[in-house]
Design a protein around this ligand. Sequence first.
Ligand code: C2E
Ligand code: MG
Ligand code: MG
Ligand code: MG
Length: 301
Amino acid sequence: HAKRQGGGAVSVFGHALRTAVVDRWATEHGLHRALDRGELRVHYQPVVEVRTLVPVALEALVRWEHPEWGLVAPDRFVPVAEESGLIVPMGRLVLEQVCQQLRHWVEAIDLHGEGPQTLGSGVVEVNLSARQIDHPQLVPTVEAVVAAAGVPPSWLTFEITESALMRDAARALGVLRALKDLGVSLAVDDFGTGYSSLSYLQRFPLDVLKVDRSFVAELGRDGGARAIVAAVVGLAHSLGLAVVAEGVETEAQLQVLDELGCDYAQGFLFARPAAPEDLAEELLPGFRAGLPLAAGAWPGP
Ligand code: C2E
Ligand code: MG
Ligand code: MG
Ligand code: MG
């Protein structure tokens, strides 16, 4: 509540709001520093094939290693980065780290006497926010970063949330087509939480649909979520898209996903996101000796 302070100043913010404003400012200010000082690091979480449990991809998830606050989760700072526009340099940094990491893994594979061809397409999934999609430099930046790292664009999949796609669908369509022309794969993230027009789903040049974890969490309880996931799998397959279930935490959920014909799964049941040096080698797609990524398992461009 507004409170009269010494000197006659009137605070227009209640305590909670004032705290939120200060927090937001501290976060934005801190993010500038984080970008300059290299405090942002990409962690990776595997995506496995439901039928075989073979890892086929990794999702890149940004983390902020704050010197005092410790590891900050993206929900704390990605929204602030989006509002302030810092998501643009941050997104570039994430993509650069991912490409460098891919180079590093490729060299590790070569040490094992296998060729880089054991990495299939769509190996690392990178999240893009609406603000990045809107930025006129997105496509040239992606092209430049990928070329500078010497990484084939087919090793990347970009994830875009359903709501970011639908915000300005006509514009998003143009950007997605340009990204697709570079040779990357495209996924819809958090599917089922926005309000997609199904006709757009068909018009966007998509490869993968990621079912939001709120539906997966309900699987194995009553019938509602099961029917929704079954419908999404059917819809995706009829449009030629692969389906990933997000947030799989239990064997029971995995069992239902298998019954429903869901292609891929991601979640704490298999692995939590981890720093690249902490990822077990058997979780890296195509890294297990003699286990190339099944041809065409992950839809390529
Ligand atoms: P998302 O893209 O939907 O990523 C999946 C989120 O689910 C991740 O949260 C992951 O840690 C979490 N998750 C995975 N498996 C499970 C599970 O079994 N149970 C539960 N409860 N959660 C699970 P995280 O890493 O905190 O990221 C949150 C969101 O932040 C992401 O959601 C994405 O929208 C955004 N984000 C993360 N990294 C980036 C980035 O580099 N760029 C942009 N633009 N956004 C990012
Ligand atoms: Mg994602
Ligand atoms: Mg998601
Ligand atoms: Mg999400």
